[in-house]
Design a protein. Structure first.
Length: 206
């Protein structure tokens, strides 16, 4: 009986070891290589309205950004920096029911890649900080915003979900915008490299 028990234990141990060897490589997520072509500076122009909603929608018909893109390794990994971004201009300001909206971004923001499938990179805009004034109401928005980038169109589609962005330091906003408000940032940007080409982002695993 004791000999049978020892034999069973040895077999069970060997099976567990084999199972461990089988599972170990799969449990380690491979690091993604992100190839950006061409790398270097880029500009972005809104394709359609850009909307920041913090209880009420604040709409910008004009918005643009600039920065740099570069290949990277990791998951997540930063593939671009947004060094400047504007919302509205003097002749085409952003608007809301509270009046004209002025948004001053505190940059740099980041573009972070997390997943790649068939020419589409999923990730988020990170390190977002912007000071917003709508009428007499002032507040700061911080956090991140989910986004996708499509190689075939060169469009960076920002589509944040509730809870990614938050409000701090609301002044003269009453109960309309408070620290409990969960802002949303949505809109599309067309990206062009400095040579006029549409950049491509490709993610591969070893």
């Amino acid at each position: 009986m004791q000999k049978t028990f020892r034999k069973t234990a040895v077999v069970a141990g060997a099976a567990a070891a084999a199972l461990g060897l089988t599972l170990s490589p799969a449990s380690a997520a491979p690091s993604t290589t992100w190839t950006v072509t061409p790398s270097g500076s880029y500009t972005a122009t809104n394709a359609g309205n850009i909307v920041l909603t913090a209880t009420i929608p604040m709409t910008c018909t004009t918005s643009g950004a600039s920065g740099t893109m570069a290949s990277a390794t990791g998951n997540p990994a930063q593939v671009a920096a947004i060094n400047a971004i504007n919302f509205g201009t003097a002749s085409t300001p952003c608007t809301s029911v509270l009046g004209t909206v002025t948004t001053v971004a505190v940059t740099p923001w980041t573009v972070v890649a997390q997943d790649y499938t068939a020419g589409v990179t999923k990730g988020y805009i990170g390190n977002v900080t912007a000071n917003v004034t709508a009428g007499v109401c002032k507040f700061t928005v911080t956090g991140k915003a989910s986004a996708t980038y499509t190689n075939s169109t060169g469009v960076l589609a920002v589509n944040s979900v509730a809870g990614e962005l938050s409000v701090t330091n609301p002044v003269n906003c009453g109960t309309v915008i408070t620290t409990a408000t969960k802002p949303l940032f949505k809109g599309n940007y067309a990206i062009k490299a400095s040579n006029g080409a549409i950049p491509a982002i490709i993610g591969t695993n070893p």
